[in-house]
Write a protein that binds this ligand. Structure first.
Ligand code: FES
Length: 657
């Protein structure tokens, strides 16, 4: 923020948040907003190419160049791209509704429709609190404090071969005497020895005066690219006592992992992103403490699941090679680290565990979801799918698992769509159409006036348009229909979902052929990935016995509509299950059970990763899936039957592949 600085201070006021910040003249306006805690969409990470960071300069002056992302008219009105603007004078900046990220609706993401869980595990957390009463030293028994403690642990709990953190030794004498030789010892067991059932020796990580066994807590986290979810867990009762979610602070530096990795290559970039994620984690912890009124000193450990890039950035490790062929992570297993060494504000004794990953694009979040849902415990052939910009797919059962990551592009999250937006208030979510006059019926998240269309809304809309014959199976509009909703726009044919007077933005909200094309490509990548994995083990999608859909996006999709467009396999609907945030689910359950914690390692080891980018089978499957629902109608028998009953409309134009 001090680049090009002249050391003159300038006050920037952001509306409608009503937040002020003082920055140096020459500061980047997007960075000023980040520092002020104002969330502005910045999909491209400040590279000037996405145009999502538009703001209105109400008073004052910025130094900025107009790019093609701003129309001349917008520029004249005072709109600027925040990332391309430098502060010259004091400013009043208005962040318009389409550029803002609303936190209030994040709670929607925590919703889930149902849950399958790992079964048969023992409630036995890796973290234990043990009460030890020791005889005070005497002249006849003046054994050292540490030996006395270890002797007590041996006698009371049959614990041998224990290691003790130096931080415990440092405070041992005082704590023992303050507690009159009655103390609570916190021990941690990290994992079983590979290929044996023998547990690693416990480590004493904390000691407290008196009996504090009642206060025994830990944290589970899902570190997503978009959001960070945390739960505060009571390890005595095995339950969640508080839960919170926030946008990952890194979102202001880019929407997807690729942009974030690129940002890490800038000077100081990795440090900024590492600090942004820990700041969000600390905010979530503050909220959890406020909800539960629990003192942070009783939090004993943290289990955290995230994709490979998010994990590496959190640990301060450059993710550069994740993005470059042959796509190597630094490691798939990281040892536990002290949470406060990363900037996480918890006690010094707290260790942070990260879930093991499989590959650069199949991370600990997927391993966590598999363990949480118990896929590794069942014999039935399961497809596990987590959809985002990168869709991760796992096929397998208790004996084997194959996995792959499909680059679906951002369409499922509303990215790359003319009026696309993330799933917040005002996003069009439900769509149906009245066939006689082709008028739409829409509903939005939060019931607000429409502002754009989110990923699940896009799927529902395309499915509805297809079933009503408004678009053909190649995704092109049937321009012969008697409706003014279909028209030629600046980027080809489009359908008006909502007229300007009814919208929040004061502009027509449309879905274009380019949007539909983007969705077709995204769903084709996911379906082709699934087909490729299933075929690699000698079976077909029709034989899948269970489909588990994870992730915030997955919780809000309509299975029927997804099948209609050819995104999910056309199998009996009762085989589909939703688990919501699988990553958080796995982190929580492993906090309760060291058996499951051990399973996480085993699962990560048993998964065989497929790199689809060079896979010929995948390319062929992908091309075949670039149709609604698919070029092979036998893949989607029920949809093909429905479409066959529609009056035939003639596709006039071909889709470019
Ligand atoms: S154009 Fe500013 S963040 Fe993308």
């Amino acid at each position: 923020m001090t680049k090009d600085s002249t050391n003159k201070k300038r006050r920037v006021h952001f509306d409608p948040d009503n937040v002020d910040i003082v920055v140096e003249e020459g500061a980047n306006l997007l960075e000023a907003a980040i520092a002020a805690g104002v969330h502005i969409n910045a999909s491209c990470g400040g590279n000037g190419v996405c145009g999502t960071c538009k703001v209105l300069i109400k008073t004052g002056e910025v130094k900025s160049t107009r790019t093609e992302k701003l129309s001349e008219e917008e520029y004249k009105q005072g709109f600027r791209q925040a990332c391309q603007s430098r502060v010259i004078t004091g400013l009043t900046v208005y962040v318009p509704v389409e550029s803002k990220l609303e936190r209030a609706v994040l709670s929607r993401e925590a919703k889930k429709t149902s849950e399958v869980l790992a079964t048969g595990w023992r409630f036995k957390p890796a973290l234990s609190k043990l009460l030890v009463e020791l005889p005070p030293p005497t002249l006849a028994d003046n054994t050292g404090d540490l030996s006395r403690l270890l002797r007590g642990l041996r006698q009371h709990y049959n614990l041998h071969n224990i290691s003790v953190d130096f931080s415990v030794i440092k405070k041992l004498a005082k704590v023992l005497r303050n507690g009159r030789w009655k103390v609570t010892v916190t021990t941690l067991i990290t994992a079983a020895k590979p290929r044996t059932k023998e547990w690693r020796r416990p480590r004493v990580i904390n000691i407290e005066s008196g009996d504090t066994r009642e206060k025994h807590y830990s944290l589970a986290f899902d570190i997503g690219t978009t959001t960070i979810s945390g739960q505060l867990l009571d390890l005595n009762q095995g339950k969640v006592i508080a839960e919170s979610i926030d946008y990952n602070g890194q979102i202001s530096y880019g929407e997807d992992v690729i942009t974030r990795i690129a940002y890490c290559q800038k000077r100081g970039g990795l440090k900024k992103l590492q600090q942004a994620v820990t700041a969000t984690i600390n905010g979530v912890i503050r909220e959890l403490k406020a909800q539960s009124q629990i003192d942070a000193k009783y939090i004993g450990h943290i289990i955290l699941a995230g994709n490979t890039t998010m994990t590496q950035i959190l640990l301060g490790l450059d993710p550069k090679y994740i993005r470059l062929a042959p796509y190597t992570p630094i490691a798939n297993f990281f040892p536990p680290v002290r949470a406060n060494s990363l900037g996480i504000k918890v006690g010094k004794q707290v260790y942070l565990f990260t879930f093991p990953s499989v590959a650069s694009y199949v991370g600990g979040d997927i391993v966590s979801g598999i363990v949480g849902a118990g896929v590794h415990q069942r014999k039935n052939l399961t497809l596990f799918i987590d959809v985002g910009t990168n869709g991760e797919i796992v096929v397998g059962n208790s004996d084997w698992m194959v996995t792959a990551s499909c680059s679906a592009g951002p369409a499922f999250e509303g990215g790359g769509i003319k009026h696309g937006m993330i799933a917040t208030d005002g996003a069009i979510e439900e769509f149906n159409i009245n066939p006689p006059n082709f008028e739409p019926g829409i509903s939005t998240i939060g019931g607000a006036k429409p502002k754009g269309i989110c990923g699940s809304g896009l799927i529902n809309t395309v499915a509805g348009l297809l079933e009503a014959g408004v678009i053909s199976q190649n995704g092109k509009f049937n321009t012969d229909l008697p409706t003014k909703r279909i028209r030629e726009g600046t980027s080809g044919y489009e359908y008006v979902l909502s007229w300007a007077p009814e919208t929040q933005t004061g502009k027509d909200i449309v879905i274009t052929e380019v949007d539909i094309d983007n969705l077709i490509r995204a769903k084709a990548a996911m379906y082709a990935g699934c087909q490729t994995l299933v075929k690699s083990v000698g079976t077909t999608c029709a034989n899948l016995e269970q489909v588990i859909i994870a992730g915030a996006f997955g919780s809000h999709i309509n299975v029927e509509k997804c099948i209609t467009i050819g995104f999910l396999p056309d199998i009996p609907r009762n085989r589909f299950t939703f688990i919501g945030n699988g990553s958080l689910l796995g982190a929580r359950l492993t906090s309760f059970s060291r058996d499951l914690l051990d399973d996480a390692r085993r699962v990560a080891n048993m998964m065989t990763n497929f790199e689809l980018s060079e896979n010929v089978d995948f390319t062929n499957n992908y091309v075949a899936a670039l149709f609604l629902p698919h070029t092979n109608s036998r893949e989607f028998p029920s949809v093909s039957n429905t479409l066959a009953k529609l009056p035939k409309s003639k596709p006039k134009r071909r889709m470019s592949v």
